[in-house]
Each structure stands twice: as C-alpha cells, then as structure tokens.
Design a binder for this molecule. Structure first.
Ligand code: G3P
Ligand code: MG
Length: 251
C-alpha cells in the first residue's frame, strides 16, 4: 500500500480563489501531491475549469458555462469574489476561468497527480470525455490523471475510449454496492464523501479493492483519521496544513 497523497481541492480552496491558475500554482508550490479540479464545457466546446454550471458564484460574470463561448467566459474575473480569504490581494482580480489545457500546461513541470472531475451531473456535455482524454494524451499526462465523476456514464465512456485510463467514482451514498460497481465497470478508484470517515465501521473506507480517496477533509482530526486508515488520498481545501499533519504523522 502506498502513502496517502494530499490533493488540493479546487487548487487550494481554503486559501486561494478556487479553480484558478493562481490556486493551482500555489498548491504545486507548497508541494501538494495532487490537485483536484472541476471541468465543464463552453458553448464552443472548450473544456473550462470551474465548479458550478453557472459563472455567478465564483466570477464577476453570469449565466451558464454551456451558453457562453470561451472568449466571453474569459472576460470575467475569477478572483475578485474571494476578498474574504485572508491572503486576498488586488492582483487576484486578473485571474480568469482557466481552460483545462492551461492547467495541464501549468502542472506539466510538477510531479503532481491530477484528479480531473468531469461535472456531467446536470448537463452531459456530449464529447467532454473524448476531449479530456485527447488533452491528457497531448500533454503526456495520462499516467498522472484520475478522471472522477458523480456520473457513472461518464466514467464508462472514458473506459470505452481508453481502457487504460484511471477512473474514480464519486459518491456520498452509502447504500450502493460499490464493489459490484468497481468490478462491473473496471473502476480504478473510489472518491468518498468525508461522512464515510465518521462511520462507526471503517469498512466503507478500507475494504475496497481499489484506491480510496476522501473529500473534502479539512479538520485536523479527520485528516489524521484518513492518515491512520492509510487511504490513498485526502482531498482538502487546506493542502499546506494537511502536508504538515502528514509530516508529523510519519514521525
Ligand atoms: O472531487 C471531490 C469533490 O470535489 C467533489 O465535490 O462538489 O467539491 O466538486 P465538489
Ligand atoms: Mg470537485
């Protein structure tokens, strides 16, 4: 069993504007071992890195990603709405919604794993899986990428297009027969909500046949628990803090 890798959730959501090049660069700089990012598709078919279906919460723009072309999305600031974060600096206002390609370019020089969440739960974005795979091949990052999704159909499409791609199913649901899903769809990972960590039995998190990662694990107590359980990954808004705790845990 390998070590528990620390993944910065949406970059370093607790300290920097989520899903921005600034946040991803920070997470890489502090030594995060993985990055988690969310992907939607614009009207003109570009893969863009943003959490919500709409621009409204995280940018100065509004409307659905699917109804806007990339050049329209790029007009808005993806940093200005994060004034509540303690490191806020007016230079953040220049941040825009990055494309997946820009994030891959940025991270190509770091030995960092990429957890690319395809946000096809509300809109299916036909062709998103093929485009994401093409980009991962173009940047020679296939071995470092895990494609995750709450939408099993997306993961099945990824596996059909590339049987060697790593796929991880995201879920908060306890009642699913996860082992059965792993076998039936050749899933290569499970990404479980942190509520699985506080279950009385640890069966949910430790007895699966594929690597298990948990999200979003921010408290010191939960981070330590995930380290004790030797899970494959911790997806956290505070990668710097989690890396510190991991160092102490190893001592
Ligand atoms: O990938 C883990 C986590 O990001 C899933 O939930 O809503 O933060 O994308 P969400
Ligand atoms: Mg996500």
């Amino acid at each position: 069993m390998g070590e528990t890798l620390i993944f910065g959730h949406r970059g370093s959501k607790g300290t920097h504007p989520e899903n921005t090049l600034l946040g991803f660069a920070h997470a890489c700089h502090i030594g995060a071992e993985g990055l988690e990012l969310d992907v939607h598709m614009s009207k003109d078919g570009e893969l863009v890195v943003i959490h919500d279906e709409k621009l409204d919460r995280t940018t100065t723009g509004s409307g659905y990603v699917k109804d806007l072309n990339l050049n329209e999305i790029k007009q808005y600031s993806a940093g200005k709405k994060f004034k509540h974060l303690s490191f806020y600096d007016s230079s953040w206002e220049k941040e825009t919604v990055p494309t997946l390609e820009e994030v891959l370019e940025l991270t190509a020089d770091y030995q960092v794993s990429l957890n690319i969440e395809l946000k096809t739960d509300t809109f299916s974005y036909p062709g998103i899986e093929k485009k994401a795979l093409e980009l991962s091949e173009r940047y020679h990052l296939k071995s470092r990428i895990i494609f995750s999704s709450f939408n099993l159909s997306t993961l099945i499409r990824i596996k059909t297009l590339d049987p060697e791609a790593h796929t991880a199913f995201l879920t908060s649901k306890r009642h699913l027969d996860l082992e059965r899903m792993i076998q039936d769809h050749q899933l290569s990972g499970l990404h479980l909500n942190r509520s699985f960590l506080i279950s009385k039995s640890n069966l949910f998190t430790t007895e699966h046949s594929v690597p298990v990662r948990v999200w979003t694990v921010n408290s010191a107590r939960s981070i330590k628990k995930a380290l004790d359980l030797k899970l494959a990954g911790i997806i956290t808004d505070y990668p710097e803090k989690a890396l510190e705790l991991k160092k102490k845990h190893a001592q």
